[in-house]
Design a protein around this ligand. Structure first.
Ligand code: GLC
Length: 536
């Protein structure tokens, strides 16, 4: 079987969280002009596309994941002209813009919902999900998923904040309105869509089914045919509950749904299986290897496609929870990069990851802006938790860890803004910043740059098979096989030295974060050492 190759299979995507990337007008909030001004930096890094978190008109209850007008830009981020300029400038640099598509819900300030809540008879009423009585479904942001709408006398469903009412995908008019909006953006020249909590659109609330509902894939196939199906776009679904089998349903080419998925199985290892994400546990390295390897072997080329990521705007910084942010910060950040970027799948880099940005030391709830953390705080306080215990969770895994401003240089506010930033800059910006990284040829930045270049040049990396090697617990080692060639990747995933033994013979050096071994029969690995070589 010959498999059609797609540009997005060898792409590397960089996620920009607009609010925190670069402010251009001194209001303390990042904006579109700021992003455009940093395209040269992203070009130097070598990325192929930007996933742009939402910039649409929004009251910003969830920092833009609550959209009040899909065809306009939030004033704090700029104007449609700024957006068109970003698209044009990015195109000129060979960078595509992937829009965030948030269509599980809208803002309660969207014209559809403003109409819908007028009365039960309103033509837009059925765009949303209304019931006379709530059931026990809960919101991802704490509390009931149902909110009583006093004037119209019914409850509406909101799986996120009460300012994010869920759209009713059973309604064909809703679906058509979404497709029309997607075509509006496709006509503007976007490179694709990242689809927010797309696994929820097939929900059956009365049966308490939220993720992976029965009609989910019918809707996605319909969407594909009505919008991007014939275009060469990258589409990636945020699919929390996906297994490799489910990922195939989304991404097998013949099913004509999406290009690829974000699955979160490895992310889930940060907490106990049935516990909330707030209760962090130590990483089980055995499970970690098993999970990452499972996704490499159970989704063969042609059967579907996966993405690769450590970080995004919802997650704590991976090196802060699983790596080392002390004396091995640089080594561990490079080790994470090498481990992931030599696997099969499309890598996504979250802003600041390429310079090794870390979690923020939140001490008091007044320092926190994220609605999820604020709601958790209120809920747990009411349940009798001690404030410090709640803060410990927010400090470890709260979403604002990823959202502190991008650290550009050593000037005040790390070069992010000339004003007061909406969220505090991490104090470590004096050492961790882009200017310092660019000036140091041994920095994390250049490891990322090299990994991105390797992906562009090497088909083995994009399409090769994967095989996990048996090693001691803290060593993560695998082989990639491609057209008779073999490539070995070895990472010491720990703060302690380790010994790697094998009978491979090195043929060609690919990348290392410290040095290449002379002899693969016995390699003394320092903490967080990582290297890749072609082997005989
Ligand atoms: C997704 C987004 C997250 C947002 C939520 C609701 O999980 O990544 O930031 O809060 O959906 O839209």
């Amino acid at each position: 079987m010959t498999i059609e190759r797609k540009w997005w299979q060898s792409a590397v995507v960089y996620q920009v969280y607009p609010r925190s990337f670069q402010d251009s007008d001194g209001d303390g909030i990042g904006d579109i002009k700021g992003i455009t001004s940093r395209l040269g930096y992203l070009k130097t890094l070598g990325i192929t596309a930007i996933w742009l978190s939402p910039v649409y008109a929004s009251p910003m209850d969830d920092n833009g994941y609550d959209i009040s007008d899909y065809e306009n830009i939030a004033a704090v981020f700029g104007s449609m002209a700024d957006m068109e300029e970003l698209l044009a400038q990015a195109k000129a640099q060979g960078i595509r813009i992937i829009m965030d598509l948030v269509v599980n819900h809208t803002s309660d300030e969207h014209a559809w919902f403003v109409e819908a809540r007028q009365s039960k008879a309103n033509p837009f009423r059925d765009y949303y999900i209304w019931r006379d009585q709530p059931n026990d479904l809960t919101s991802a942001f704490s509390g009931s998923a149902w909110e009583f709408d006093e004037p119209s006398g019914q409850y509406y469903l909101h799986l996120f904040s009460k300012k994010q009412p869920d759209l009713n995908w059973e309604n064909a008019q809703v679906r058509q309105a979404v497709y029309d909006m997607m075509n509006f953006w496709i006509d503007k020249g976007v490179g694709g869509f990242r689809m927010d909590v797309i696994d929820l659109i097939g929900k059956v609330p009365d049966a308490r089914i939220t993720g992976n509902g029965p009609k989910l894939h019918d809707y996605l196939h319909e969407m594909n045919q009505a919008t991007f199906g014939e275009r060469d776009l990258l589409t990636v679904g945020e699919t929390w509950g996906a297994t490799p089998e489910i990922a195939k349903q989304y991404s097998a080419p013949e099913r004509q749904e999406l290009s690829m998925v974000f699955q979160f199985e490895h992310v889930g290892l940060s907490h106990a299986p049935d516990a909330p994400k707030w209760d962090l546990i130590a990483l089980d390295k055995g499970k970690f290897k098993t999970v990452l390897s499972k996704w490499q072997t159970e989704l063969p080329v042609g059967a579907g496609w996966n993405s690769l990521f450590w970080n995004n705007h919802d997650l704590p910084r991976a090196i802060s929870i699983w790596g080392n942010t002390g004396s091995y910060r640089v080594q561990s950040a490079k080790a994470f990069a090498i481990l992931l970027h030599l696997m099969r799948g499309t890598p996504f880099i979250y802003q600041g990851e390429e310079i090794g940005m870390t979690n923020y030391d939140f001490e008091d709830i007044s320092q926190v802006a994220d609605i999820e953390s604020l709601n958790l705080y209120a809920e747990r306080l009411a349940q009798g938790y001690q404030p410090e215990a709640i803060m410990a969770s927010i400090r470890a895994v709260g979403r604002d860890n990823a959202r502190t401003p991008m650290q550009w240089d050593m000037t005040e506010q790390a070069g992010f803004t000339t004003g007061q930033p909406w969220l505090a800059v991490n104090e470590n910006y004096q050492t961790i910043n882009v200017a310092a990284a660019l000036a140091d040829k041994t920095s994390i930045f250049y490891t990322y740059q090299r990994l991105i270049a390797l992906r562009k040049q090497n088909d083995w990396l994009v399409y090769g098979d994967y095989q996990l090697l048996e090693t001691s617990e803290s060593i993560f080692a695998y082989l990639r096989h491609f057209e008779g060639q073999r490539y070995l990747v070895v990472v010491n995933f720990s703060d302690d030295p380790a010994i790697f033994k094998s009978d491979f013979v090195a043929e060609k050096e690919m990348i290392a974060n410290r040095s290449f071994p002379d002899d693969l029969s016995q390699v003394d690995l320092a903490p967080w050492d990582a290297f890749a070589v072609a082997v005989k």
